[in-house]
Design a protein around this ligand. Sequence first.
Ligand code: NAG
Ligand code: NAG
Length: 269
Amino acid sequence: MARLQPALPFLLLLLLIAGAAAGRAGGVRTLIFILAGQSNMSGRGGATSGVWDGVVPPECAPSPRILRLSPALRWEEAHEPLHADIDVGNVLGVGPGMPFAHAVLAAGKGAGATVGLVPCAQGGTPLANWTRGTELYERMVTRARAAMAGCNGGGELAAILWYQGETDAMKREDAELYQGRMEALVRDVRRDLGRPDLLVIQVGIATAQYNGKFLGRVREAQKAVTATVPNVKYVDAMGLPIASDKTHLTTEAQVQLGNMLAKSYLETL
Ligand SMILES: *[C@@H]1O[C@H](CO)[C@@H](O)[C@H](O)[C@H]1NC(C)=O
Ligand SMILES: *[C@@H]1O[C@H](CO)[C@@H](O)[C@H](O)[C@H]1NC(C)=O
């Protein structure tokens, strides 16, 4: 037995090297993006009349270089609706994730890279549903960790894309607490993921749900966070076309938003 002992560290080293090589086979890296927030992040494009129309524009088409982390925490080829079995209890359609991934790949920055999308959004949720310790927060952190682990060392957590706040624009208290809650969320998630500098790109909400009176207040809070917390960016959804339900972005608007988010991300490189 004693004679075998020196071999153990060597074997471990070999396993580590093999693991790292598998993760970067042919120089392939996976750029991982967490998608979180409420319905507009999840996507309702083409799905505002009770069923999804199934229309997938080329900007949202599947690609072998775009993966999604499944509800069972496994990487699989991504396709619309990206939040299937994640944003439960809602009719799902097209969101910004797929066009975002296509635009990042088209920019050719990570040559040979794959984009790994980690859908985590849940429709109708106020920011209070996302504070540390809540179900949605813990699900997001668990999924982010699983996403990294599933890349065998070849994954890079690139950013959190956050589109949320419409529900908070309905109540004065939620709107007033938005800035502090958002700052805490960014701080907590960065700490829990061991990435103090992790990029967060927020979408500035354009109109509020049910004519929420405090839209301006939430938008101010979102902008303020970009000043108080480093590495938080802001992309404005104001002016994007809204579907006839007056509540959700159209498929076309989601394609535009995906491109805007990609532009914002690429500017940070
Ligand atoms: C959001 O929070 C409310 C109030 O605590 C809770 O009843 C609800 O289940 C939460 N929703 C989700 C999706 O976590
Ligand atoms: C979706 O986004 C649009 C544009 O910002 C906004 O008007 C609408 O209120 C949002 N819907 C929900 C349910 O958050």
